[in-house]
Design a protein around this ligand. Structure first.
Ligand SMILES: NC(=O)c1ccc[n+]([C@@H]2O[C@H](COP(=O)([O-])OP(=O)(O)OC[C@H]3O[C@@H](n4cnc5c(N)ncnc54)[C@H](O)[C@@H]3O)[C@@H](O)[C@H]2O)c1
Length: 435
């Protein structure tokens, strides 16, 4: 790490998560258990991956901690907001993702993580009815109360820095409105005028985080920070933002599998993806307006990997469909099916079937950890605005669509972007090209 010019990770890092549900409680329990040496943070790039630096005789494979100054798990302090008053222990028990034997050794620490009252509007998630909610007259009041929460959390825990991440329910779809979401001035006007149609509660969390100098990560597919006004704010204040939507199960498979079809110049006629899921996330997504937000995010993956304009014979008009079905018996153990209709030599059809029996929160927890640690790193490296190097972790990576910038969805190109950013922040050359 001798070469890195990034500010050191001195002091404690606060991680405040919006939503203390299945993902968040699984994440917090895992970090606390790993700290005690009682569990391994499997699936986390920052804890396991090794990156090559240097070439030829100087070539070395180093862990992220040996290249850049990342915060240590021991230095993390957790906070949260939720619509329900349950603490992190109660939430982990309720979620039933982890067995009691994997929660009880850190029961005391988890019980002390009590959520702040949520900035919530039932119109954005009709199926939730908790009462741990702030009473705010306007969206601007929400912002001010959330800023006060962040300040209090920081002072009470003697923190050096705070990162804010959204792992709360998916809100209903908010269409980017380029009369309201175009500039920071317009966004602030709308918050003050209490424009509840264009300003989702999640935007108040993001605004409050950025105003307090805290990087903000959007783990759901919500529009929130994916608007020019938020890009402007994060660039002006030089604070990182990242989003949207953790790339955990089916989309991870898609962004890793589609390159096989594309690289081998096979054709695609259709890709049908369906899931059954029975946790609270599944319940919220059973509401069509909330599912639409997810659908937009999940559909975007293939278009940038298998492109009709580059290969009209192979990828024109393929049919891409994504469904999520609420099915309580499976709880967090989501099952995903993919049916892929491809074609080969002279157009002859073939099929590929993928059946992924995964665990949603087990896949999401390491992503949340990596996104928080890497956003904190980016902040100390002086990087504001959209962090494209974090696309690897996200289903619908943010990009400036007003300038026709294209998202990178190809998993291995995203991995190259990630490695190059770590190399650069570590004072090494970014030496792999994305073609
Ligand atoms: N697990 C995965 O694989 C995965 C992948 C991608 C995205 N996500 C997203 O992550 C999010 C969390 O998933 P989960 O399984 O933990 O869901 P969950 O329902 O268990 O937890 C979400 C929590 O957010 C709370 N909440 C809702 N609105 C809030 C608000 N305005 N302020 C504060 N709290 C609020 C809810 O009360 C709930 O406790 C969802 O949006 C989900 O779509 C999950």
């Amino acid at each position: 790490m001798e070469k890195s010019k990034v500010k050191p990770a001195d002091g404690k890092l606060g991680i405040m998560v919006v939503g203390l549900g299945a993902v968040t409680s699984t994440f917090m329990t895992g970090v606390l258990m790993a700290r005690k040496g009682l569990a391994k943070p499997v699936g986390s790039m920052t804890q396991y991956d090794k990156i090559r630096v240097g070439k030829g005789n100087d070539k070395k494979y180093l862990s992220y901690y040996d290249i850049v100054p990342l915060a240590k798990l021991d230095d993390i302090v957790f906070g949260a907001w939720d619509v329900y008053p349950a603490n992190a222990y109660q939430s982990a028990m309720y979620a039933e993702v982890l067995k009691e034997k994997d929660i009880n050794p850190v029961k005391d620490e988890l019980s002390k993580i009590v959520p702040f009252k949520a900035a919530f509007d039932k119109n954005y998630a009709k199926r939730l009815d908790g009462d741990n909610v702030k009473s705010c007259a306007t969206r601007w009041d929400m912002v001010e109360e959330l800023r006060a929460d962040i300040k209090k959390f920081k002072a009470d825990n003697g923190l050096d820095r705070v990162v804010v991440a959204w792992a709360a329910s998916t809100e209903i779809y908010v269409e980017p409105n380029l009369k309201v979401h175009d500039t920071l001035a317009h966004l602030e006007e709308a918050m003050k005028a209490n424009d509840t149609v264009n300003i989702a509660p999640s935007m108040c969390y993001a605004y409050a985080a950025l105003a307090e100098g805290c990087p903000f990560i959007m783990g759901a597919p919500n529009t929130t920070v994916d608007i020019p006004a938020m890009w402007e704010m994060s660039e002006k204040l030089n604070v990182p933002i990242a989003g949207k939507d953790f790339k955990t199960g089916q989309t991870l498979v898609k962004s890793g599998f589609a390159p096989i079809i594309g690289t081998r110049c096979l054709g695609l006629a259709g890709w049908f993806s369906t899931n059954i899921l029975g946790n609270r996330d599944g319940l919220v997504l059973d509401e069509p307006a909330n599912f639409h937000t997810k659908e937009v995010s999940k559909l975007s993956t293939l278009e940038s990997i298998l492109q009709a304009d580059k290969q009209p014979d192979l990828y024109t008009d393929y049919y891409h469909k994504v469904r999520i079905n609420y099915y309580p018996p499976r709880n967090d153990n989501k099952e995903g099916w993919d049916n892929i209709d491809i074609f080969g030599w002279m157009g002859y059809p073939m099929q590929i079937k993928i059946n992924f029996l995964c665990r949603d929160s087990i896949l999401a927890a390491p992503l949340l950890l990596d996104l928080c640690l890497l956003s904190d790193l980016a902040a100390r490296a002086g990087k504001g605005g959209i962090q494209r190097f974090l696309s690897f972790f996200l289903k619908a990576p943010m990009h400036d669509y007003t300038k026709n910038e294209e998202p990178v969805n190809h998993l291995f190109q995203q991995y190259t972007m990630l490695k190059n950013a770590i190399r650069e922040m570590g004072g090494y050359e970014a030496d792999e090209e994305i073609d």
